[in-house]
Design a binder for this molecule. Structure first.
Ligand SMILES: Nc1ncnc2c1ncn2[C@@H]1O[C@H](COP(=O)(O)OP(=O)(O)O)[C@@H](O)[C@H]1O
Ligand SMILES: [Mg+2]
Length: 427
């Protein structure tokens, strides 16, 4: 194809259009979602007709098309309104402003996402660059006031889409007030509609009744895909992403089957798997994606998944994991709770200057350790020597966890990793 000799080039290229396999790619068509799309479309109909907007709550596991369907309908709605406006006189025209917030982006280190931070996000979407506000330094009520002031400068409808809204935590003030902004009298000009999108069904259950009343006016459930549906979605994606000879029906089927088994019907997982497989095949100089490439890709993704779920743990659990990692590397696992507690205390002390907090007691730590066992990161070995022989537990990483994954998780959380000497700790 080209004569240039570069260390970055592979002998064969299987990927024709890599963008199509990116996370943020919006597919031209949403496949296998006719029922859901029909319900969802009717949520947007009032806006198209120039009537007050509806609120809606969408839920379903990760990777089942919630964000994709929303982007797809958003695009269509904006296009169709633009067309409709061409036929209307200026005073009749429909004015729609869509404010899309991914609540996950507002989680930084120890600061959990909150209504407050999402309100700051909304303000900053509406303000020009020089006038943005910071996420600290305002009283919450001031931030809400500024937000309503900015919203009210808009004409017509403001549709606020809160993706990953479950990240907002317990304080659902915003979810209560925003859909009723006009009723409560916070705004006069603009009509506000809110779409909340959640990966977590328990979030819906735990919402306060008044939020359920307003936000969950319409609820749309996105069920998981089965292997055949994943196959259809993936085939369409493969057609535009890969060269024809680069893959076979088996490629698509195996990726779909694995995503179905291991990620409960997530199209995201299926697409990631296809992308990684194709990359591995290219590195391998293969003309086609083979089963071995898919198996290797699957392993790679599993590794990333474990790290991701470690990143989600609270600080105390991360310190315990770090303690076990040090013990593991020193060949001291399985280790008794007392030993882990000593190592854990040293880990906490090493962060102490910044944190100003003491390590938990052994008992306090044990509660967190038990959770880590429950989540499958750590195994417990029971020793029971019968009457008079004593009884104790030892702990070690499960097969899923190795010290490097814990290190990677610390890295992702921007927590510094210092080595701690645990030799002689068991004596
Ligand atoms: N029905 C579908 N048709 C085409 N692509 C889909 C469909 N459902 C999901 N996808 C793709 O799968 C990936 C994950 O979907 P996404 O909408 O981000 O999931 P969720 O928001 O539910 O976690 C995205 O790349 C998306 O484009
Ligand atoms: Mg999503």
């Amino acid at each position: 194809m080209d004569d240039v000799d570069s260390i970055f080039a592979d002998d064969v290229e299987l990927i024709k259009n890599a963008d199509v396999l990116e996370e943020d790619y919006t597919p031209e068509q949403i496949i296998c979602r006719d029922d859901v799309l029909e319900q969802y479309t009717s949520v947007f109909k009032p806006i198209y007709k120039g009537r007050p907007p509806q609120n809606a709550f969408l839920y379903g596991d990760t990777g089942v098309g919630k964000t994709a369907a929303t982007k797809y309908l958003r695009k269509n709605l904006e296009q169709d309104i633009e067309q409709k406006n061409e036929q209307l006189s200026e005073s009749e025209q429909i004015s729609l402003n869509i404010i899309w917030i991914n609540c996950e982006n507002f989680t930084t280190g120890d600061h959990k996402t909150s209504s407050y931070q999402v309100a700051v996000g909304i303000v900053n979407r509406l303000r020009s660059q020089g006038n943005r506000i910071t996420g600290t330094g305002y009283a919450p009520q001031d931030v809400y006031d500024i937000m309503y002031e900015e919203l009210d400068k808009l004409d017509g409808t403001a549709l606020v889409i809160l993706d990953e809204v479950d990240k907002i935590g317990n304080d659902d003030t915003l979810l209560y007030e925003l859909p009723r902004a006009r009723d409560i009298g916070y705004v006069e000009n603009v009509r506000v509609g809110v779409i909340g999108i959640s990966n977590d069904y328990t979030f819906r259950k735990n919402l306060s009744p008044k939020v359920k009343d307003s936000l969950c006016e319409t609820e749309i459930k996105f069920p998981a895909y089965d292997a055949a549906e994943l196959g259809k979605i993936l085939r369409t994606r493969a057609e535009s992403a890969l060269y024809d000879d680069a893959y076979t029906t088996e490629t698509v089927n195996l990726c779909s089957a694995l995503a179905y088994q291991e990620a409960s019907g997530s199209a995201r997982r299926a697409i990631r798997l296809l992308r990684r497989s194709a990359e591995i095949a290219e590195e391998d100089g293969s003309q086609q994606v083979e089963e071995t490439h898919i198996r290797q890709a699957d392993k790679d993704l599993e590794y990333g998944n474990i790290v991701e779920s470690l990143v989600d743990q609270d600080d105390e659990k991360l310190y315990i994991l770090k303690a076990i990692a040090h013990l593991d590397e020193a060949g001291l696992t399985p280790a008794r709770t007392r030993t882990i507690h000593t190592a854990y205390s040293r880990v906490v002390d090493s962060y102490n200057t910044k944190r100003g907090k003491d390590p938990l007691t052994q008992r306090g730590m044990f509660n967190h350790l038990s959770k880590l066992v429950m989540f499958g990161f750590v195994n417990t070995i029971d020793h029971n020597k019968g009457v008079g022989g004593g009884q104790w537990n030892e702990h070690e990483f499960s097969d899923d966890v190795v010290p490097q994954k814990v290190k990677d998780a610390f890295d992702d959380r921007n927590l510094q990793w210092t080595n701690i000497d645990v030799r002689g700790i068991t004596e």
